[in-house]
Structure formats: C-alpha cells, structure tokens
Design a protein around this ligand. Structure first.
Ligand SMILES: Nc1ncnc2c1ncn2[C@@H]1O[C@H](COP(=O)(O)OP(=O)(O)OP(=O)(O)O)[C@@H](O)[C@H]1O
Ligand SMILES: [Mg+2]
Length: 362
C-alpha cells in the first residue's frame, strides 16, 4: 500500500504533502505551498481559475519532486453537505441499504445528483431506544466530476475525496494523544471559510464551515485604507495584528508608529468578533445538547491564524486554552536546517493536506 499525495486546493493557496512510513513511523517526504494569486481566485472566470490551479499544482509537484500520480483531495464549505444525524439502531450493512432513502430529508438536492457517503460515529440510547449516530456527507456529482477533470487534465488521478473537517480530524489524531474525557475543538482559519470541529473522545461529533476567513479581513483593511486587495493583503501580513484586551495599554499611549496597527485592528475587529461569536454559538449549541461536556481547548491552524495574536484573542474571548495545531507533531522530519525553517513557516496551512496524506491507497 502506497501513500497518496495530500492535495489541498484552497480558495487562496494550494498545498501538497507526501508522507511515507518507516519503522512504523510516519515521515515527511516533502511538501510545497503557494498562493493561487494576489486576488481571490473566485473573482475569475472558471476557465481561467482552472488553468491557474492546474499550473500551480504541476509546479508544486515539481518543486517538491513528487512523482506519484495518485492524489487525495478534500472539499469544504458550500461544496459539501455534512450532517450529523441519529437513526434507529442498525448495522453498517443495513444502513448501506437504506442510506439514500434516509438521507433524502437532510440533503437539499435530488438523490441522483449527489455522491453520498456515511460513517457510523457511535451508539446512544435515547428514551430507551438504541440509536446510531451517523455522519452523512453529500457532494454534488457535478462538483466531483469537475475535480476529476481538473486533475485528469494534468495527469493526476483522485484516489480519495474527503472533507476538510475529516482531514483536520485525522491530522489531529495522528499527532496528539487522545485524552480520555476531554472535548477539544479544531479551528482552521482559511481564506473563505473557518472550519470548526468539535472532537469528543477522539470522535468529531460536530463540524461547521463558517463563511468567514482571511479574505474578509483583507477586505476590511482594503476599505479602511482605501487600497486594492493585493495591497491590503500585504499590509495585513506585514503589519496586521490583534490588539488584545490585556494589551490595552497600547490604545492609550498610541505612539505614532502604532497608529497604523490600531487602525488595522479597528478595521478587522468586527469581523473577528463575528467569527468568535459564531464559534461560541457552535460551542453553546454543542454543550447544551445531551450529556455534552464543556470544550476546554482548541487547536488552531490555517493561514488566517498567522495574524499576530489570533491565538490569544480566541483564548480570551472563548475562555479556553488555545494552541497551534502542529501537523508534524509526531511526524518525523529529516532535518536539515533549511527544511526545518520551511516546515515551521508553512505548518499552519498544512493540517488538511497532512490529514489527506495520511490516507493510503487500498
Ligand atoms: N502572515 C499572515 N498574516 C495574516 N494572514 C495571513 C498570513 N499569511 C496568510 N494569511 C491569510 O491566510 C489565508 C489563506 O489561508 P489558507 O491557505 O489556510 O486558506 P485556503 O485553504 O486557501 O482557504 P479556504 O480553505 O477557505 O478555501 C488568506 O486569507 C491569507 O490572507
Ligand atoms: Mg483551507
């Protein structure tokens, strides 16, 4: 069984990762990351978008020296429909037979237009009735076909399609020891979406792709400073930060050099506030549903989480511990200093691709 290349085609950047196994341990073979352009790729025509994406993927595979033709990809946001449902107890085989019928009421598309998959997460007893908890995933066939074509045209074949939240889950699982009885969150702040997972005893029981990400922050800055998108993006990366409450002192002295920093923060604070509020709402919803324990910790990742102080901000607002999700926490890296540096720089954007790369071709 060979490993597949984990290919994460985001709306802002593309990431490729290849792992191998040695002596029962996972080893990073190589990886590459690059932005699709200076502007959000959504603003382009589909044809143009495809060409840019294809060229970038080819270039990344060459850069990383990856020759395998098999890739695992993952979808998210409005491309997938994910539901966590409960059904009367039945075996996996039985469920296979009825899943299309059961799924119908949860999926807003005609059943013959979607590719459907499911996973039994666990069993519960509610009001004396034994039930199964099921993760239901539906992807429009049209979307799947678009990706098959996109990659086939550059000589790649898809051996696996996953969803971001499951890739993130796998990245967490293979890198951190599970603590019995602990409920944690994964927050992946991308460009268009922030993927949120709630993981209880090693099972993701809730996930949501919140439509707020780095693109929104850049747009806020562009508006405040009257800049184009690319310029605002640059300003965000170079001088953007969140001024957290415990650092309030900055706001009262306002040295002139800090002025810009304060203005940047003011421009993005509404969006950041909205994002943490959405996360809080998801936590509240989850914690108030039957028998759930409080979420105590969040692992954070994604390009937008590179903004200075994001971790502290999330920790302060949500009153939980926050730590970066290191996708190579337990994965061996053949050390050269340069490679180490590159790994450190890009780690925040790699969890999805690593989660995909962990999977094997059957
Ligand atoms: N140093 C930085 N400071 C702040 N933001 C950054 C920095 N570097 C990258 N970003 C932001 O990270 C975002 C890209 O993150 P990522 O690569 O995780 O997104 P994506 O996977 O392409 O998007 P999505 O999953 O939402 O489709 C962009 O909005 C970019 O502005
Ligand atoms: Mg992403």
């Amino acid at each position: 069984m060979a490993h597949v290349i984990g290919l994460d085609i985001g709306s802002f950047s593309v990431k490729v990762v290849l792992l191998k196994e040695r002596g029962g341990r996972l080893v990073l073979v190589d990886f590459a990351v690059a932005d699709l352009g200076e502007e959000p790729i959504e603003s382009l025509e589909p044809e143009q978008r495809n060409t840019i994406t294809q060229n970038l993927i080819k270039q990344l595979l060459t850069t990383a020296g990856l020759k395998s033709k098999d890739v695992a990809i993952s979808l998210s946001g409005d491309q997938v429909i994910v539901r966590y449902i409960k059904l009367p107890y039945m075996t996996k085989e039985e469920l296979k037979g009825v899943i299309r019928f059961e799924a119908e009421q949860y999926i807003p598309f005609s059943m013959d237009q979607v590719v459907l998959d499911f996973c039994i997460l666990g069993e519960v007893t509610e009001e004396g009735q034994k039930k199964i908890e099921v993760l239901l995933v539906a992807i429009k066939e049209e979307v799947v076909n678009q990706y098959i074509k996109l990659l086939r045209d550059i000589g790649l074949s898809i051996s696996l399609i996953d969803i971001d939240s499951m890739s993130l889950h796998n990245a967490l699982e293979c890198n951190y020891d599970r603590i019995e009885g602990e409920t944690v969150a994964i927050i992946n702040m991308g460009a268009r979406f922030t993927n949120l997972n709630i993981v209880e005893d090693g099972i993701t029981r809730f996930s949501r792709d919140i439509p707020i990400g780095g693109i929104n922050l850049t747009r806020d800055i562009a508006k405040e400073f009257n800049l184009g998108f690319a310029e605002a993006e640059k300003l965000k990366r170079e001088q953007g930060s969140i001024i957290i409450e415990s650092e309030n002192v900055v706001l009262t002295r306002i040295p002139s050099k800090e002025d810009k920093r304060v203005r940047i923060y003011s421009s993005i604070s509404t969006t950041m506030g909205k994002l943490v509020m959405e996360i809080r709402r998801a936590f509240d919803f989850y914690e108030s549903s039957a028998k759930k324990k409080a979420i105590t910790k969040a692992y954070i990742c994604g390009g937008a989480a590179k903004l200075q102080n994001v971790e502290k901000f999330v920790a302060e607002r949500l009153k939980i511990f926050v730590e970066p999700l290191n996708p190579f926490n337990k994965i061996e890296i053949e050390n050269t200093e340069a490679f180490d540096l590159k790994v450190k720089q890009f780690s925040p954007v790699l969890p999805v691709a690593v989660g995909l790369a962990i999977r094997k071709i059957k």
